[in-house]
Design a protein around this ligand. Sequence first.
Ligand SMILES: [Zn+2]
Ligand SMILES: [Zn+2]
Length: 302
Amino acid sequence: MAEGSVTGSTGTGQSAAGGGPRADLHSHSTASDGTTPPADVIARAAAAGLDVIALTDHDTVAGHAEAAAALPPGLTLLPGMELSCRLSGHSVHVLAYLFDPADAELSGELAVIRDSRVSRARAMVDKLAELGAPVTWEQVTQIAAGGVVGRPHLARALAAAGVVPAPADAFTHEWIGAGGRAHVSRYALDPHRAVALVRAAGGVTVLAHPRGAGRGWQIPDEVIAGLAAAGLTGVEVSHPQQDPGQRARLAELAGRLGLVPSGGSDDHGELTGFRIGTEIAPPGSYAALVERASGARPVTGR
Ligand SMILES: [Zn+2]
Ligand SMILES: [Zn+2]
């Protein structure tokens, strides 16, 4: 990560809205399964009029240096990532910010996750070949373009080969959906351990989209309370896949549990429709997260 222009405090000026900086605290680049290179994520964040953009690629900090180098004056990068966790067979995503990227235990765990992603993706390509789908490892890695290979890349390869009409159609029982014919499950962290690891590395954690993106499963209040007791810092309230009623209940729950209500667009570039800046974290949440973290600082362009 670039260390050149690190801010001394919470980073940025206040927006005209009076609610603090306009902060989108959830985005992906080509360093994981987004389609936008890190520098372009920054350009899009600037174009959207944001004061703060968090880059939260899945299980990697690989995009941070490029993103930091591309910052225009006044735009702040909140370095982060989104940890893939599993609880009772369900996928749970934990956003992590401002941890020390050199922390040995955390980076060791990330290496295990990334290795398992690769061996899992390879196993799925093998299964697809057995099923007669004309998809090769070379194609998939080409689509991933140096990023961590994941199911979205397989889905794009399947669509490119004409096996499914569009990438989204690959996530079924027919192909690579959970329990699908070519699906292989992989190593994932317990979210309580993720919270503890990030905390030990000086970072803060936010439970991502607890009521959305779970393919039918919503993280129960009791689980969120348990994670809060384990040291979780915040919960994502504003997310494209959470409706106004869910947001209101999550904000209420956050207040009750002492969690920071957060939010972001979860932009994946083309895959989600370019949407950086369409979700803004509630007022005060960015400062509250920065205040609680000690492993790294936000980076502001000069
Ligand atoms: Zn997620
Ligand atoms: Zn995400």
